[in-house]
Design a protein around this ligand. Structure first.
Ligand SMILES: C[S@@+](CC[C@H](N)C(=O)[O-])C[C@H]1O[C@@H](n2cnc3c(N)ncnc32)[C@H](O)[C@@H]1O
Length: 284
């Protein structure tokens, strides 16, 4: 089982955690303030992870666990504007999810949440009275630790952080979900898995009766879409996901889920990796 993409994030979140340490030390006004400041840093810098090419495997680079942030040659005022725009674009993307969180839902779960940016922004969008429980599930230790550290900025936020492996998905014993009251989603995280398991949607419905996936799968469709071939090549090069749509369609055909929305081109948070969107409800 390939784990290079997981390893990349284990290192990347641990380096980004050091940036957050400085932001947290400065006493941010809120989690949103910390997220905005972090995004400014991210836009103003490029993270390069150090690699080595072992003699016995000269074609495959290996991550060494070290890395460096280099400052981009962009005026600070532009960095601030671009960072605000990126956060605004993400908020717009999350409005799609916000609209689906209604009725008796009181728990929102993201699988592959990284440092938790989507959950923190959803908190800003819908959680004025702190009604919702958030659960951030993530493969990397460093991502989970960082998410928990940021959540502590707001003592009222109800946030649990836990392990998930998309390649062998299971709900940890310490967590219990009432699917009728739980909304589950992924955002550019299944993308990291070249082939998700065939039963992935059966698993998702054991967490939430309703859910959504913001993932880059438009290129997997039969539709005529601009930039489709370039996107496929990018995904192949990154060893990113190739079977999301196939697994999803089978789950629809097998009556595991029914579709409520599908949209192939909803956002380009990253120019070379545009997001698509599906939302669904469990049949049983
Ligand atoms: C591109 S980041 C997206 C993070 C976040 N969802 C967002 O929208 O910013 C991909 C995330 O997927 C996580 N990931 C990679 N492999 C995973 C796996 N096998 N199981 C669960 N999460 C995984 C990475 O650690 C990383 O945090």
């Amino acid at each position: 089982m390939e784990r290079n993409n997981e390893l990349f994030y284990e290192i990347a979140w641990s380096l980004r955690s050091q940036v957050f340490d400085r932001i947290i030390q400065d006493g941010p006004k809120s989690i949103f303030d910390a997220v905005e400041k972090y995004n400014q840093f991210e836009v103003g810098h490029t993270l390069k992870l150090a690699t080595s090419y072992p003699e016995d495997d000269p074609n495959n680079y290996h991550l060494t666990g070290k890395g460096v942030f280099t400052k981009n040659d962009v005026p600070d005022a532009l960095v601030t504007q671009k960072a605000r725009l990126l956060v605004a674009m993400r908020l717009a993307l999350l409005q799609r999810i916000r609209k689906l969180i209604k009725g008796e839902i009181d728990t929102i779960v993201e699988l592959g949440c990284g440092y938790g940016i989507n959950l923190f922004l959803l908190d800003k969008l819908i959680n004025k009275d702190k009604h919702y429980n958030f659960v951030g599930m993530e493969f990397s230790n460093s991502g989970r630790e960082l998410c928990a550290k940021i959540a502590k900025i707001d003592e009222q936020l109800k946030m649990k952080v836990s392990f998930i492996d998309h390649q062998e998905p299971e709900i940890p014993e310490a967590l219990q979900f009432d699917p009728q009251k739980t909304f589950v989603f992924t955002c550019h995280s299944l993308e990291q898995i070249a082939h998700i398991p065939e039963h992935y949607f059966e698993f998702l419905t054991t967490i939430g009766h309703t859910g959504a996936n913001i993932e880059p799968f438009g290129f997997q469709s039969d539709e005529v879409l601009e930039g489709k071939e370039a996107h496929r090549q990018y995904m192949e090069h990154q060893k990113y996901n190739m079977n999301f749509l196939e697994v999803y369609e089978k789950s629809l055909a097998n009556n595991v889920i029914t579709e409520t929305e599908r949209d192939y081109h909803i956002s380009a948070l990253q120019d070379d990796n545009p997001s698509s969107f599906v939302s669904w409800t469990a049949v049983k």
